[in-house]
Design a binder for this molecule. Structure first.
Ligand code: IPM
Ligand code: MN
Length: 362
């Protein structure tokens, strides 16, 4: 292979983490689409499947086996289905599937979690909000993902428990910079969401984040909003937000709330990035044990996560746009799964429809 062809079409290494519940079903949809992208766009991806979550606990005793970590270290990106399920609910803390997710975030410093919330006219009817409020909603939640009460000191005895929420200046600086770079490519407006009227960590966030913006991003503006008010404004005037920057726990809660603007949790992708372009891409919806194994899971969140992976870790924006356009085209035609309509299609039928469009479009 010449140097030239190597740079145009090098094979990317992606670790596939199907996980639990509907994870393997939506992961299979991603594999189908990636193989079509190879046909249509010459995109070469080597998928290396590894264990995480409950299936990893069952097979190895650990929710994030060393082999999975090693494989990721060697890869451009990882694509995750979902983790968790009732089978493991009673497990001790060290053997909970969710710990696999927390560990991989910490292990690879995936501090910047992106959750885009974009409404589409064809889906307005499926949101509990009135359609006129959904017009023009296009916001990006930037959630800090490796700090705060998720990762602070924890302890419990018979009568008390504590989860320490701690943030350091560098942690706030790096995620603020990431949010500002994203804002620059959008409308240039960040809403910093916190609880600075009560929490010391929030007051540090305000000081540090505003300094970063003032000193390094004069073209970006930053407003403040308390998290309780933000949860209300997300419902009353969601179209007013551009980039919403917030700490780990607030981001977890607000992103589930915001997903309802789009119609279903089954439509929401996410990217968790570090400073070296490596990213973990996963649908926001979780393992949905109630519908696992039925072939009816909504694959769109996973397919949109593939598009984010193409854009953020593999530097293939053209393919990302092509895939997103096919997905939006399918929405316009009402090609939806049962979470959205009672006569909905199966996971496979939706996936085939997206693949078909990709072939026609190219
Ligand atoms: C998410 C999930 C996780 C989180 C859980 C599964 C640990 O809810 O990615 O939003 O709380 O971060
Ligand atoms: Mn969550």
């Amino acid at each position: 292979m010449t140097d030239d062809s190597a740079s145009n079409s090098r094979a990317f290494k992606v670790v596939g983490l199907p996980g639990d519940g509907i994870g393997p079903e939506v992961y299979a949809a991603a594999c189908d689409v990636l193989s079509v992208l190879q046909e249509t766009h010459g995109l070469l991806i080597e998928l290396d499947e590894q264990l995480i979550g409950g299936v990893a606990v069952d097979a190895t005793g650990s929710p994030l086996p060393q082999q999975t970590v090693d494989a990721c270290r060697d890869a451009d990106a990882a694509l995750l289905g979902a983790v968790g399920g009732p089978k493991w609910d009673g497990n001790a803390a060290e053997q909970r599937p969710e710990l696999g997710l927390l560990k991989i975030r910490a292990e690879f410093s995936l501090f910047c979690n992106l959750r885009p919330i974009v409404t589409h006219p064809a889906l307005h009817a499926f949101s509990p909000l009135r359609p006129e409020r959904l017009q023009g909603v296009d916001l990006m939640i930037v959630r800090e993902l490796t700090g705060g009460s998720y990762f602070g000191k924890k302890w419990r005895d018979a009568d008390q428990a504590e989860d320490v929420c701690r943030y350091t200046r560098p942690e706030i600086e790096r995620v603020t910079r990431a949010a500002a770079r994203i804002a620059r490519q959008r409308d240039g407006r960040i809403t910093l969401v916190d609880k600075a009227n009560v929490l010391e960590t929030s007051r540090l966030w305000r000081e540090v984040a505003h300094r970063v913006i003032r000193e390094e991003f004069s073209d970006v503006t930053m407003e403040n909003m308390y998290v309780d008010a933000a949860s209300m404004h997300l419902l009353t005037r969601p179209a007013d937000f551009d980039v919403l920057l917030t700490e780990n726990l607030f981001g977890d809660i607000l992103s589930d709330e915001a997903s309802m603007l789009c119609g279903s949790m089954g439509l929401l992708p996410s990217a968790s990035l570090n400073e070296d372009r490596f990213g973990l891409y996963e649908p926001v919806h979780g393992s949905a044990p109630d519908i696992a194994g039925k072939g009816i899971a909504n694959p769109y969140a996973m397919l949109l996560s593939v598009a984010m992976m193409l854009r953020h870790s593999l530097d293939r924006p053209e393919e990302a746009v092509a895939l997103e356009q096919c997905i939006h085209g399918c929405w316009s035609e009402g090609l939806l799964t049962r979470d959205l309509r009672t006569d909905g299609l199966t996971t496979e039928q939706v996936t085939m429809a997206v693949c078909e469009r990709l072939r026609i479009q190219s």
